[in-house]
Design a protein around this ligand. Sequence first.
Ligand code: CTP
Length: 376
Amino acid sequence: VISRAAHELQLESYVIGGFVRDYILQRGEHKDIDVVAVGSGIELAKKVSELLPHKPKVQIFKNYGTAMLRAYDLEVEFVGARKESYSEESRNPEVESGTLEDDQNRRDFTINALALSLNEETFGDLLDPFDGLKDLGAGVIRTPLDPDITYSDDPLRMLRAIRFASQLGFRIEKESLQAITRNKNRIKIISKERIVEELHKILLSEKPSVGFSHLHKTGLLRFILPELTALEGIDEIEGQRHKDNFWHTLEVVDNISGNTDDLWLRWAALLHDIGKAPTKKFDDNLGWTFHGHEFVGSKMVYKLFKRLKMPLNEKMKFVQKMVLMSSRPIVLAQDVTDSAVRRLIFDAGDYIEDLMTLCEADITTKNPRRYRRYHN
Ligand code: CTP
């Protein structure tokens, strides 16, 4: 239908971005389709709607020059091909119409710049100016242009690179990775909401430690979740050392992710030890202690969610509760007075105990029986 509409308007159109990438990777169903028109994306959207039997409503975003409609369970976004340049000072791009190639140039990664032709003569042809197909095959995240330019056009792309690496199990090409470390400061201009969306996606990936260790090594994590970077390192006093709570946390997050897809349990695992940095003490008799870290940590969860502009709702309280209970063996949901939070705990069911167990990953992995005794 899009192809016919474009033909009637005598313009070229292409499917581009995530849909093409996931289609080639055969990675589930991608429900959003991005269509580029060499011409007006809004006019194309209107024409497509006319040709569809149910004449879906076209939502127009004038400021962006884009339009969206829903059809057959799909969300189709139309955009006119453009050249885009962002000035240093402003986050609003200066937009100018351009060719398909201009549009591919302004994309974040080679694997997201692949376009499929919807034009009659070339229908289905893949337009791949940056060898994105090769990168898809080899599992590589690479910016199409000089990464300093790509990241400064939109610094969120640094996080996106890491998120795709974590989601797809890809590696980030050397230059594209080094440029993240160089440009990390610029993440400050990005809205908290966009950042959190990427954090959710990293947490929901199969092995979130891939993403979090990239975030840490590039220095981005210190800007986003300083509570976590504060956990890194091992101190030694009188020959006594404690574990490195940052790397321990990543181990716990991977473990829990093997057991549950629940985003909020994964957040709880990520934050379960954040109270340990401010409570760390060396006691002559006891050695290293983190007395009261669960309580301090659960308070920190509130501040962290607030800082990241995340909703302070029952999910947040659930995470707080989990952090509060993270070192205790048995959780009685009945003890929790807030009914919405209690519901979440009941829904999490068996995983609650998994979380408790996994928070003690170092004990359990070494000796599960000892763990049981320890807690009994
Ligand atoms: N894009 C970009 N820079 C961004 C965001 C998006 O160049 N900061 C481009 C990429 O070509 C991307 C497309 O816009 O493929 C669509 O973006 P989006 O829907 O955010 O991501 P997807 O690639 O579709 O992936 P996902 O749906 O997994 O987020």
